[in-house]
Design a protein around this ligand. Structure first.
Ligand SMILES: [Zn+2]
Length: 54
C-alpha cells in the first residue's frame, strides 16, 4: 500500500488521483486538494510526510 504524499492517507496506486514524478521518484496524491498542496511546496512534503517540527 502506498501513501498520499500530502495527507498520508493510504491509497492504492491504481486508485490514486495522481501519480507525480519528482526528482526521479514517484509520489501519489489522493485528491485534487493534495495535488495542489504538493505543487505549492513540494520540498516540504518530500522531506517529512509524517512529522513536522514546530
Ligand atoms: Zn491526500
Amino acid at each position: 500500500m502506498d501513501r498520499c504524499i500530502v495527507c498520508n492517507a493510504q491509497i492504492d496506486k491504481e486508485k490514486a488521483y495522481l501519480s507525480l514524478k519528482y526528482k526521479g521518484k514517484d509520489y501519489l496524491a489522493c485528491c485534487p486538494l493534495c495535488k495542489s498542496e504538493f505543487e505549492k511546496e513540494p520540498e516540504k512534503y518530500m522531506k517529512k510526510p509524517k512529522e513536522q517540527k514546530d
